[in-house]
Each structure stands twice: as C-alpha cells, then as structure tokens.
Design a protein around this ligand. Structure first.
Ligand SMILES: [Zn+2]
Length: 168
C-alpha cells in the first residue's frame, strides 16, 4: 500500500509540474502577442491567447487554425498533447470517466481550462470534431456531455463551412 500511495503522489506532482511549465511558456507567448498588437491598452485587455504544449509544429498549427475557425466565446487556457501513458494517468488523477460513445483521445479539465489530447491516439481527420466537443464543455462550463455536444454543434458547423469554402 505504501508503494501505491507513493506512486499517486509522484503522478500528481508530475502532472502539476507540467501544467506550471506550460504556464511559464504561456506568459512568454502572451507577451509576444501583446507586443505585436502595438497598443498600450493591450495590457488591460483580457488574455485571448492560450498555450499549446507538447505539440509538434504541425499539431499546434492544426489546433490553432481549428480553434480560430470555431471562435468559441471561451478559449482554453492551454491545450496539452501528452503521450498515451501520461494521458491515462491524467484521466485517473482527474477522476475522469469517459462515457461510452465519446471519444477518449481528448478530455477537458474544467477548473484549469486545460484540454488534454492523447498524442498517440487522436486522429487528424476527427480532431476538429472532438475539439468542438471539448470547447462545448468550456463555453457551457459544464461537465455534462449533452450540453457540451449541443454547444459543439455551432462549432462543427463553422468547421464545415470553412472546409466547404476551401473547396471553391
Ligand atoms: Zn465530454
């Protein structure tokens, strides 16, 4: 039992270290975004940027372009790509239950507005579809799957419109 308790503490510590690290990275990025706005007032404007952590350049570009198209009223604070083993640990740390029928490659930790993506299991083709669901949790600030899906409908419509425009 002693070993098990130690393991839990280790994983908790590891999880939060990662999140803190992401925040440090974020403040750097935010400063850059503010400077490019070139406006002294930007300091008073609420942060509209978020951090993508653990992603390849391609993954980050994909997430950012899709969130830009979906234009959620509430942005995540961070989107974190994690290897599968760590994703599984995080779902346990956050006491997450993934309901049957829902994708298990993404989940949102609402209190920290963090979207976790299983870097080994997500599919490029359906990332936007499921990201819409996670944004649904954020904009409704609800863990309810049906509320999240209802909110996701509008985001999925925007993604579809954008894809259709790309065909012309
Ligand atoms: Zn959900």
């Amino acid at each position: 039992m002693k070993v098990a308790a130690g393991a839990v503490l280790f994983f908790l510590g590891f999880g939060f270290t990662q999140i803190c690290w992401a925040q440090t990275t974020g403040s750097t990025n935010t400063a850059g975004a503010g400077a490019s706005a070139g406006d002294a007032r930007s300091a008073a404007v609420p942060a509209v940027s978020y951090v993508v952590f653990g992603a390849t350049g391609q993954q980050e570009a994909l997430v950012r372009s899709q969130i830009e198209i979906m234009r959620p009223a509430v942005l995540p604070l961070r989107v974190v790509f994690v290897p599968h083993w760590k994703y599984v640990d995080n779902t346990r740390i956050f006491h997450l239950r993934v309901p049957a029928g829902y994708n298990s490659a993404l989940f949102t930790h609402l209190p920290s507005r963090t979207v976790f993506i299983d870097a080994d299991r997500y599919l490029v083709e359906s990332l936007g579809y499921w990201l819409a669901h996670e944004l649904g949790h954020l904009v409704t600030n609800s863990a309810d799957e049906h509320e999240a899906d209802n909110a996701a409908r509008e985001f999925r419509r925007r993604l579809k419109d954008s894809r259709n425009r790309g065909l012309h």
